[in-house]
Design a protein around this ligand. Structure first.
Ligand code: FEO
Ligand code: CA
Ligand code: CA
Ligand code: CA
Length: 658
């Protein structure tokens, strides 16, 4: 049972030992159901998924995409919010082996022209799905086929640019000579939501689908645009209409940017706002929140009459943490009216198109500063010391296109690959995972950003090697860690931070396992994060892990357990510089669930009544079992793996985790 008011919440389940079985493991008394796996039709007229089906562009455009990642729920009415809602979910990238399994793999994967219909299918397997989910009286969940809200958004769906970059020469293309629109959202990783009822989907590893055969521009080099062939070779497909595939090739074709697609990739790297309640609504890329490999976007504490804050992070080695603070102050009259259709994007524009973008510097004394990325910001260091950012980048659009370079100039702290954040809505405490960093050294070395664009895994790009710093203190940070900070509410430029927990292996010496983790809670590569507020104002911080593929799994923790979900009751800041979770209190941290082989666990929320916890299983090797939706079952023989949502519930219908 949950704790009484004023008493510490206690976790009411036994921490799980590690598992390397090819099914989900949950505590005694819990169930796990597979829901909306890749290829589930959103449309009752379409024939259903079959293990041996040949995927087509048309089917994929009306079915769940691949590689489920960030997600959020949107109630249709408050009364039924815990049993009937719209799920908005990202499809981060694709597994070409599973996608093209019936034909033995993709055609012309590495060289030669990809068949247009294969490229179209792959483009349609990316993006976002909106799908209505409903629970029956027996506790079984199912998608509502043909619901009017069901929608697929892909890497080809037209959308509008908004904020400083919209309508500028930076984003002029042959398809949008005014620089106002772009086709598609790509490599949508983590997510966010707004208090006015919209979904935020975040563009992470998009640079890898673009190429430029000429000289890379500064932003292309920094972010990792490829030189010869994109991640899937889409640019090689025989062109359809209006640069359908050639837009992925950003090589200049002459002097006029309105005649080619040299700027196409500059329409990517943003926080993208979707109104899930209106399937006909325009989708906006909110450029004011910066342009980089955005992992996700997390709203800060919402207070009437105060500006709104959104936290974001750039998931590449030695990149930065950012926040955006709206000019407009929150008014409760803008709050979501569940299920109603009205112009939420106008409300979105009023908060997300005008405000200040900041980047974080974490100092050794536990203080932190938010450095503004504005035309008037004065560069505090280096060869441009004393100049304003506007002198180097001209205007805010120039700063946004080159967000990372502007952040370098302001002296931001290079981090160990920022993944998810989350905010305790009562205290405003912000948590962020720093998943790992193979390019962190204990030696002084100068950062030089010379991206080679060769890393096409989901492991972050990462260009420079950087020395350790207070917030990222471990050289070659294999296990990752989580930090947290508290804003100074009277000053948007100040915060206090501390290390929260360090990943580690119980096999390691104390010094390399500073949080004292044991066989029952050891983790590596923290990624997903969600603060689950309970009625008494306390909450559970849920942590998900992603040790990636292949080499990423070569660490002591990934050798003892598959990727997992942990729960922790976080407690207050200790202000002592040691991790909040340490040898004295690590029993607060328990392993709650474990995923199938080779999969990461990502995406997380619970229903408002906390009786159902939703997670995603991404890039499984041979899961789920084909003839059951029991997520704990192991597949018999070789199956076509399908990323899936999993809903975890208690057999007695009680609250999760307590
Ligand atoms: Fe797509 Fe940074 O995880
Ligand atoms: Ca992933
Ligand atoms: Ca992630
Ligand atoms: Ca990850």
């Amino acid at each position: 049972a949950g704790a009484e008011p004023g008493r510490r919440l206690t976790l009411g389940f036994e921490s799980l030992p590690g598992s390397m079985t090819d099914g989900i493991v949950v505590p005694e008394g819990y169930t796990a159901q597979v829901l909306v796996p890749w290829g589930t039709p959103l449309d009752g007229r379409t024939v259903g998924w079959q293990q041996d089906m040949r995927m087509t562009p048309a089917f994929q455009a009306r079915a769940m995409g691949m590689h489920h990642d960030g997600m959020y729920h949107f109630a249709l009415d408050t009364q039924h919010a815990s049993r009937d809602f719209l799920l908005a979910i990202n499809h981060e990238y694709i597994d070409q082996g599973a996608l093209w399994a019936p034909q033995g793999g993709p055609t012309h994967k590495a060289e030669g022209a990809r068949p247009a219909d294969e490229a179209r299918t792959e483009i349609n397997a990316h993006g976002v799905a909106i799908v209505r989910l409903r629970r029956d009286d027996e506790g079984h969940w199912a998608p509502v086929a043909d619901d009017a809200h069901n929608r697929r958004i892909t890497s080809a769906t037209p959308m509008a640019l908004a904020g400083p970059v919209a309508g500028t020469p930076w984003v002029v293309t042959a398809w949008s000579p005014e620089g106002t629109h772009v086709r598609g959202t790509n490599n949508n990783c983590a997510s966010g939501y707004t208090p006015w009822g919209t979904y935020l989907t975040c563009e992470e590893n998009w640079p890898e689908v673009f190429i430029n055969r000429g000289e890379l521009t500064a932003d292309q080099a920094r972010l990792g645009i490829n030189g010869e062939r994109g991640r899937y070779g889409w640019e090689s497909a025989n062109d359809g209409e209006q640069g359908e595939f050639s837009r992925f090739d950003n090589t200049p074709q002459g002097d006029d940017p309105a005649r080619d697609y040299r700027n196409e990739a500059r329409g990517f790297g943003y926080i993208v706002e979707i109104d899930p309640y209106d399937p006909d609504s325009t989708i906006y890329k909110r450029t004011a929140l910066g342009r980089f490999r955005h992992e996700g976007c997390w709203p800060g504490r919402v207070v009437e009459g105060m500006p709104l804050t959104f936290y974001t992070g750039h998931d590449s080695r030695n990149e930065y943490i950012y926040k955006f603070v709206s000019n407009k102050r929150w008014q409760q009259s803008d709050a979501n009216r569940p299920g109603e259709t009205y112009d939420r994007q106008a409300i979105g524009a009023s908060y997300l198109d005008e405000g200040t973008l900041y980047v974080a510097r974490f100092d050794a004394d536990g203080e932190g500063e938010w450095l503004p990325l504005t035309v008037d910001a004065v560069i505090p260091q280096g060869e441009h010391k004393g100049q304003r950012l506007g002198e180097l980048f001209e205007d805010q659009a120039g700063i946004i296109i080159n967000t990372c370079d502007a952040a370098d100039l302001m002296g931001a702290t290079p981090m160990d690959r920022p993944e998810w954040g989350t905010v305790d809505p009562q205290s405003g405490m912000v948590y962020m995972t720093l998943t790992n960093n193979s390019k962190r050294t204990d030696e002084e070395s100068s950062a030089s950003f010379t991206g080679d664009g060769s890393d096409v895994s989901d492991m972050g790009s990462g260009y420079a090697t950087a020395p350790v710093n207070a917030a990222n203190p471990r050289p070659d940070n294999t296990y990752g860690h989580i930090i947290r900070w508290q804003e100074r509410h009277d000053d948007p430029t100040r915060m206090r931070w501390e290390p929260f927990v360090f990943g580690g292996s119980p096999d390691d010496q104390d010094a390399t396992n500073p949080s004292g983790l044991t066989d029952l809670n050891a983790f590596a590569s923290p990624d997903g994060l969600w603060f689950d507020e309970r009625d008494n104002g306390e909450g559970i911080l849920w942590i998900e892990t992603d040790n990636g593929l292949d080499k990423g799994r070569e660490n002591a923790v990934a050798n003892m357990t598959n990727d997992q979900v942990l729960a922790v009751v976080p407690g207050a800041m200790n202000e002592e510089g040691r991790p909040a979770i340490n040898a004295q209190n690590q029993a607060q941290l328990k392993r709650f669930a474990i995923g199938p082989n080779e999969a990461e666990v990502t995406g997380i929320f619970a229903t408002p009544d906390r009786t159902a916890l939703f997670i995603n299983i991404q890039h499984p090797a041979n899961w789920p079992a084909a003839d059951t939706d029991d997520a704990t079952q192991t597949a018999q023989g070789q199956v076509r793996p399908r990323s899936s949502t999993v809903v975890i519930q208690k057999r007695d219908g009680g609250m999760i985790g307590v």
